[in-house]
Design a protein around this ligand. Structure first.
Ligand SMILES: C[S@@+](CC[C@H](N)C(=O)[O-])C[C@H]1O[C@@H](n2cnc3c(N)ncnc32)[C@H](O)[C@@H]1O
Length: 358
C-alpha cells in the first residue's frame, strides 16, 4: 500500500543495519507497525514479533502479514466456494465476481453521492466504490454468521484495503482526491492474495493500541524496533478511508464532515505527530521498554531532534554502543505535499539509530 513511512523499500538498509550492528535475537517488538512491512521482514528473519499501531487498518495488516502462520482454509465457506488448490485465491476470486452494490463508500466517496453527503468526492469511480461496498458487506455477513475465523477475516480485509488503494484517485494519501480521474482509478478493482509468511512456527501477536501500552504489556524481548511518525501530519487524517473500510459501517455508520469526508471523532491524534510532545513521548517509551537492543528508523527532517534521540538512547543503553547509520534516500512526496509544503530538495537522509541496552 502507498503509505507515508512505509519501509518496504528500506528493508535492505534495515537488514544490513541488523548485520552491521550485530543484532541477534528471537523476540522483537514493532509498536508503530503501519503496513507491517518491517514486522513481516523480522518474522522472516526468525523473530517472534509483537506489533502494534493505533490504526484499525494497520491491525488488519499486522494480523495478515505477521500473526497468520498457517494458510487460511476458509472451511466454513466450502458450501459456497469449492477449491482443491488454494482456498485464499478461490475466496478472493469469488469476491471479485460478486455483483457491485451501492452502500456507504459509494454514498460518500464517489461522485454519485446522495443527499446529505457532499456531492463529488472523487476518491473512487462509482463502479469501484460499489465493488468495495459489496465486498466489504459480504465479508461482514460471513463474519457475523461465524463463517470466518480471525485469520480469514483479516486477510480479506487487508486484501480489500490494498485493492482499494490501487484504484484510489489520490496521489498517495487520502487527505485529498484528484479532480480528474487518474489512470489507476479507472481500472477495475481486483483483490489479490497478500503474500503471507507461513509455516514458521513463530508465535506473533498484534495490537491496536498506543505504542507505550504495547511495550509495557510485554515481558522482556530482544529487539525494540521503532518507526514513529516523522512530522505533524496525523495518520488518522491522511488514511481515513482505509480506516473506514477496515472498521466497516454496519453497526454504526461514522458521521463524516468536510470536503474529504473525515470522520467526526478525532480520537486517533498522536502525540508523536505533535512538535511540543513527541520528544517526551519518545523518552517515556524508551525508558519503559524491557529490551536488549533498540533500533529506530527516523529521517533527517523528523520533528524529534537528533540531539534528543542521541541523549535519550545513550542514557537508556550502554553509551559506547550508540551508533547512527545513514542512507541518502529519495523523498516520499504526494502532489498535495507539493502544493502545500516547501522542501529543501528531493532527497532526505534515512537514519537508523542504535543502542545496546544490556
Ligand atoms: C512511519 S509509520 C510506520 C511505518 C511502518 N514501519 C511501515 O513500514 O509501514 C508510523 C506509524 O505510527 C502509527 N502511530 C502514530 N502514533 C502512534 C501511537 N501513539 N502508538 C502507536 N502507533 C502510532 C501511525 O498510525 C503509523 O502507522
Amino acid at each position: 500500500m502507498r503509505y507515508i513511512g512505509n519501509k518496504r523499500k528500506l528493508i535492505p538498509f534495515i537488514r544490513d543495519g541488523l548485520a552491521r550492528l550485530g543484532i541477534e535475537g528471537r523476540t522483537a517488538c514493532d509498536p508503530f507497525a503501519g503496513t507491517a512491512a518491517v514486522a513481516r521482514f523480522l518474522k522472516r528473519q526468525g523473530y517472534s514479533v509483537v506489533t502494534g499501531d493505533i490504526m484499525s487498518f494497520s491491525f488488519a495488516f499486522q494480523w495478515t502479514y505477521v500473526v497468520i502462520d498457517r494458510p487460511p482454509r476458509f472451511a466454513a465457506l466450502r458450501s459456497e466456494i469449492t477449491t482443491d488448490a488454494d482456498p485464499l485465491a478461490a475466496t478472493l476470486d469469488h469476491l471479485n465476481a460478486i455483483e457491485p452494490r451501492r452502500d456507504f463508500i459509494s454514498e460518500h466517496f464517489s461522485p454519485e453521492a446522495v443527499a446529505g453527503a457532499q456531492p463529488g468526492r472523487r476518491y473512487f469511480t462509482p463502479e469501484n466504490a460499489a465493488r468495495i461496498d459489496a465486498i466489504r458487506r459480504r465479508i461482514w455477513e460471513w463474519r457475523e454468521a461465524g463463517r470466518l475465523n480471525d485469520d480469514e477475516h483479516f486477510v480479506l480485509i487487508a486484501a480489500l484495503i490494498e485493492a482499494a488503494d490501487r484504484v484510489a484517485n489520490t496521489t498517495g494519501v487520502y487527505a485529498a482526491y484528484v479532480k480528474s480521474w487518474q489512470p489507476n482509478a479507472t481500472k477495475p478493482l481486483r483483490l489479490r492474495p497478500p503474500s503471507l509468511v507461513t509455516n514458521t512456527g513463530r508465535r506473533c501477536q498484534a495490537f491496536q493500541l498506543d505504542a507505550l501500552e504495547v511495550v509495557r504489556a510485554q515481558g522482556s524481548f530482544d529487539l525494540l524496533y521503532l518507526d514513529p511518525p516523522y512530522n505533524s501530519r496525523q495518520y488518522a487524517g491522511y488514511y481515513h478511508i482505509p480506516e473506514i473500510i477496515a472498521e466497516g459501517w454496519f453497526r454504526q455508520a461514522p458521521k463524516l464532515r468536510g470536503k474529504t469526508g473525515l470522520p467526526e471523532d478525532g480520537n486517533k491524534r498522536s502525540d508523536w505527530s505533535r512538535r511540543g510532545r513527541c520528544e517526551d513521548a519518545f523518552a517515556e517509551l524508551v525508558a519503559a521498554a524491557p529490551c536488549r537492543h533498540i533500533l529506530m528508523s527516523y529521517n533527517s527532517e523528523g520533528i524529534i531532534s537528533e540531539a534528543c534521540i542521541e541523549s535519550v538512547l545513550r542514557e537508556r543503553g550502554r553509551a559506547d554502543t550508540y551508533q547512527c547509520l545513514e542512507l541518502p534516500y529519495k523523498r516520499y512526496r504526494s502532489d498535495r505535499d507539493h502544493e502545500n509544503r516547501r522542501y529543501k530538495g528531493d532527497r532526505v537522509t534515512e537514519r537508523l539509530y542504535y543502542v545496546r541496552v544490556e
